[in-house]
Design a protein around this ligand. Structure first.
Ligand code: NIG
Ligand code: FE
Length: 427
């Protein structure tokens, strides 16, 4: 009697389980899948018999490397329009902050996103998500934040939920209503914070539209005290919190995130050692976003050595958004993390697997290759795992498995075009 349902052999495994070999590597490994879960992970030499004798179905990996499915734990991929004009203005000397203060930046995407019908937003977001999925991403986080009014924030979250109902990817959605002050609340910051607390957070929670709440703690965003008020309401509604912290200046964002036991503090370019210490004590994940650092031509890199030294888990995201990180490739973000931020290829890969899952509160379920975890896997045509951070452009993905179902990259992208299941839109 075959013991396993499906067995993958002729592969090397980058399990990303810490503590042993680099990358948790098992050369000449084997991995057994049962339904949507991993059943057994180990060296092929430990199988009791030939693969065909121990499994009903045997897949051969052609000597490639198998990693956990990638997790992109920070994106803003639901939006309408683009910010190409702003990119040109910045290259003529204007700064991101100047453009934002003059009413452009996030606010210009808000105008386009408010106008866009839900179907249009869904169509645009599907195309962007298809690029990530075709590169092995099986879990993605998507933030709202281009509505800044209840109806549009909920519209964005519904689009994120609809994407998550499609087969090749899971979506975690985050309410980022405190992203920028909307023009109609100019001069009246408190009424906007109150709207978030009294209307948006309760509605997102009641309708199960959000898994977490985020805020932009910055001079051009919201003060630490304003973000704290948003977080209190999130907590009262049982939602996890995360924070855009210290991206353009040190506004005490990391400390605030730590004080609220945030799942993650993101960006962190200007975080001080005190902030890093606070993150370490709170067990908050540092999410680094090299795409924004690169695209805004920042010069102050996040304190990677301090984060490492204090044992703060480091995740990476694409930060896919139209203003500061039009990055449609998580693999390119791996390269940027190494070249621009000084992370190692192993840290970078951990950042989009184990630590990315941790930033989303999903560590127990995914992010490493271990028996019992979800059968989300990526099979790569590479000779060693560091290659994933080495090439710039190109896509070595051979197969991506979501919940145990294997697809080629084009098949995974096409599976995103399927109709949205009815039950997913019955709010
Ligand atoms: O993560 N920092 C704030 N939010 C985004 C940028 C959004 C935008 O410019 O549209 C970020 O970089
Ligand atoms: Fe962001």
């Amino acid at each position: 009697m075959p013991r396993f349902e499906t067995l993958i052999v002729d592969v090397h495994l980058a399990t990303m389980v810490p503590g042993g070999e680099p990358y948790g590597a098992i050369r000449d490994g084997a991995i057994a899948l049962s339904g949507e879960r991993l059943e057994w992970v180990g060296s092929a030499s430990r199988l009791d018999g030939d693969p065909e004798d121990v499994a009903k179905r045997v897949l051969r990996g052609g000597g490639g490397w198998l990693t956990p499915g990638l997790v992109d734990c920070h994106t803003h991929l639901v939006f309408a329009g683009d910010r190409v004009d702003e990119f040109e203005r910045r290259l003529h000397g204007a700064s991101y902050e100047e453009i934002a203060r003059a009413g452009g930046g996030i606010r210009s995407t808000v105008i386009r996103t408010r106008e866009a019908p839900e179907e249009t937003l869904l169509r645009l977001a599907r195309a962007r998500l298809a690029r990530l999925v075709a590169e092995g991403v099986t879990t993605v986080e998507i933030k709202s934040g281009y509505g800044l009014e209840t109806a549009t924030e909920m519209k964005m979250l519904r689009v994120a939920r609809a994407l998550g109902a499609l087969p090749p990817v899971d979506v975690q959605s985050t309410l980022l209503a405190a992203h920028a002050l909307p023009p109609e609340h100019e001069g009246n910051r408190d009424t906007y914070i109150e709207l978030i607390r009294a209307e948006m957070i309760p509605r997102a929670a009641q309708q199960s539209l959000a898994d977490a709440v985020d805020a932009f703690c910055e001079r051009i965003g919201f003060s630490a005290e304003e973000c704290a008020r948003v977080f209190e309401a999130a907590r009262a509604h049982g939602l996890a919190v995360r924070l855009h912290a210290d991206q353009l200046s040190d506004g005490g964002g990391a400390r605030l995130a730590a004080r609220f036991g945030a799942r993650s503090a993101d960006h962190l370019e200007h975080t001080s050692e005190d902030g890093v210490r606070a993150l370490a004590e709170a067990g908050t994940v540092a999410v680094l976003l090299p795409g924004a650092f690169y695209f805004l031509r920042e010069t102050k890199a996040p304190p990677v050595a301090l984060l490492r030294g204090h044992g703060v888990p480091i995740a990476l995201g694409s930060d896919l958004n139209p203003g500061s990180s039009p990055v449609l490739s998580l693999l390119v973000a791996l390269n940027m993390a190494c070249v621009l931020l000084g992370m190692t290829p192993e840290e970078a890969l951990a950042g989009v697997t184990r630590e990315g899952a941790r930033a989303l509160g999903l560590s127990g379920d995914r992010g490493t290759l271990e028996a019992g975890k979800r059968a989300d896997l990526a099979l790569w045509n590479i000779g060693q795992p560091a290659e994933l951070a080495y090439w710039i452009g190109g896509n070595p993905l051979r197969l991506v498995f979501k919940d145990g179902v294997p697809r080629t990259p084009p098949e995974a992208a096409r599976a995103l075009e399927r109709p949205i299941p009815d039950e997913a839109t019955a709010w």
